[in-house]
Design a protein around this ligand. Structure first.
Ligand code: G3P
Length: 217
C-alpha cells in the first residue's frame, strides 16, 4: 500500500518524508487555503521534497479550462498529477490530459459507477471519499470494496486512492480491502503508532530498568 499525505503543510510533509513514509502528496483548493500559500509556489516546494506523485487540483469547471490549467500545473515539476473533479467535463479533461501522457487523479468520487467512468477515461488514480460518505450515514468503506471488486473484474489499471480518511481504522480497513493508495492528513498517519499497550509496556520496562541500576552506554 502506498502512503500519500493529504496536506499542503510543507513542514509536515518534510517530517514524514524523512521517515520514508511519503509515497506521494495530495492537495486540493481547501488545503491550499489552509496553507495560506500561493498554489504554484507551495506545490513547487512540495515537488522538490517528494519524489512520488503530487496531486494539484484544477479549479475551472469546463473541460477546456481544466485542460488549460492542467497543462500549466504540469510545468511545475515532472511529478505533478493533475487532479480533476468527477464531472462530465472532468472526465473529458482526464481523457485529454492522460492521452497526452500526464498522470490524472479523478477526485470527488462517491459511487462505483463514477469510478468506472474514471477508469474508462484513463485516470491514473480515482479518489473515493470515505469520510464524506460516512458523513451522510452511508458506508464509505463499502464504496472502496465495491470499486476494488469492479476494477479487479476487468483488470482496470486505475489505482484506488482512498481519500477523506479521518481515522486510523479507515487506513487499516482500506488496506484490508486492497486500496492501492491511502491519502491521509499527517495527524492520522502519525496516530497509527499509538497503542495503549505499547505505552503501558514501555512504562513497565522503564520502571524495571531503573531498578537494575544498569546503563547500556
Ligand atoms: O483527499 C480528499 C480530502 O482532503 C477530503 O477530506 O476530510 O475534507 O473530507 P475531508
Amino acid at each position: 500500500m502506498k502512503f500519500f499525505v493529504d496536506t499542503a503543510d510543507v513542514a509536515a510533509i518534510r517530517e514524514l518524508n524523512d521517515l520514508g513514509m511519503v509515497d506521494g502528496v495530495t492537495t486540493n483548493p481547501s488545503l491550499i487555503l489552509k496553507s495560506g500559500r500561493d498554489i504554484l509556489e507551495v506545490t513547487r516546494e512540495i515537488c522538490d521534497i517528494v519524489e512520488g506523485p503530487v496531486s494539484a487540483e484544477v479549479v475551472a469547471s469546463d473541460a477546456e479550462g481544466m485542460i488549460r490549467e492542467g497543462k500549466h500545473l504540469v510545468t511545475i515539476a515532472p511529478n505533478i498529477t493533475v487532479k480533476v473533479p468527477l464531472t462530465w467535463d472532468g472526465l473529458k479533461a482526464c481523457k485529454a490530459l492522460s492521452s497526452d501522457g500526464h498522470k490524472v487523479n479523478v477526485t470527488l468520487c462517491f459511487s462505483p459507477a463514477q469510478a468506472i467512468l474514471a477508469a474508462k477515461a484513463g485516470a491514473t488514480f480515482v479518489s473515493p471519499f470515505i469520510g464524506r460518505v460516512d458523513d451522510i450515514n452511508l458506508d464509505g468503506m463499502e464504496l472502496i470494496a465495491q470499486i476494488r471488486e469492479i476494477y479487479d473484474n476487468y483488470d482496470f489499471e486505475t489505482e484506488i486512492l482512498a481519500a477523506s480518511i479521518r481515522s486510523v481504522n479507515h487506513i487499516t480497513e482500506a488496506a484490508r480491502i486492497g486500496a492501492d493508495v491511502i491519502t491521509a492528513p499527517p495527524a492520522v498517519i502519525k496516530g497509527m503508532v499509538k497503542h495503549v499497550l505499547t505505552d503501558r509496556g514501555l512504562e513497565q520496562f522503564e520502571a524495571d530498568w531503573a531498578k537494575t541500576g544498569q546503563k547500556i552506554v
